[in-house]
Design a protein around this ligand. Structure first.
Ligand code: SF4
Length: 216
């Protein structure tokens, strides 16, 4: 295939190639363990500044102790902090979790809202977290831009934006709504496994024949 010359062409080809090597649904590709949107929202808030593996180590006990937003909203902060301590920043995360659950109970009948405009009003929920929950648990379009997605998008020259929100809007022009969550998850996996921040493994990369940053 000819080397794509536009950002759109590179985004589409990257999407196709990454789909081949990382097949599966959003639920299968998401490395956080969860059962419903409330659990994914909880796990995503906990995943800030730590690994999904570490989050998955605390969520079984957490979900068991606080199975509903109402339970979490009424959690004893010290007990909650003890359960999530190993994920780091546990005091502020506990505050966010209780604030998030309280907002769900008080404003959304204990249900995670679907609309981006509503989700980002919930304590602890930024646009990235809202996009994760929308795309992975609610079957809505959403393209979370984290550090991996941003780095790969720059290396592939899909966007020059350094602001994640602007990068998301740029990528949205190239990736159809139904594939945005999948694209983000695949870019994250590729960033973790091949396109490392320090020394990308370009020789082993399936995008190296058209990536403008490939070093071979
Ligand atoms: S070719 Fe290299 S820089 Fe480009 S996406 Fe692959 S690993 Fe990253």
């Amino acid at each position: 295939m000819a080397r794509p010359r536009s950002a759109k062409g590179r985004a589409r080809l990257a999407n196709d190639r990454l789909t081949e090597i990382y097949p599966g649904t959003v639920r299968e590709l998401c490395e956080l363990d969860f059962g419903d949107p409330f659990e994914l929202l909880t796990a995503t808030i906990l995943s800030a500044q730590t690994t999904d593996v570490r989050v998955n180590m605390v969520t079984p006990e957490l979900f068991n102790r606080y199975p509903t937003p109402d339970d979490l909203a009424n959690a004893d902060p010290e007990e909650l902090e003890g359960i999530i301590r190993t994920t780091g920043f546990f005091r502020s995360k506990a505050r966010s979790l209780i604030g998030m659950a309280t907002a769900l109970v008080e404003r959304y009948d204990g249900v995670v809202p679907r609309a981006m405009a509503d989700l980002v009003t919930v304590p602890g929920v930024g646009r990235k977290t809202a996009n994760v929950v929308r795309s992975v648990a609610l079957d809505e379009p959403g393209l979370p831009v984290d550090t991996h997605v941003l780095r790969l998008s720059h290396r592939l020259k899909l966007t020059e934006a350094t602001d994640p929100v602007q990068a998301e809007l740029d990528l949205n022009r190239f990736i159809p709504p139904a594939q945005r969550g999948l694209f983000s998850l695949r870019m994250i996996l590729h960033g973790r496994r091949v396109c490392f921040a320090r020394r990308p493994n370009c020789a082993a990369c399936v995008l190296n024949d058209f990536c403008p940053s490939a070093q071979l």
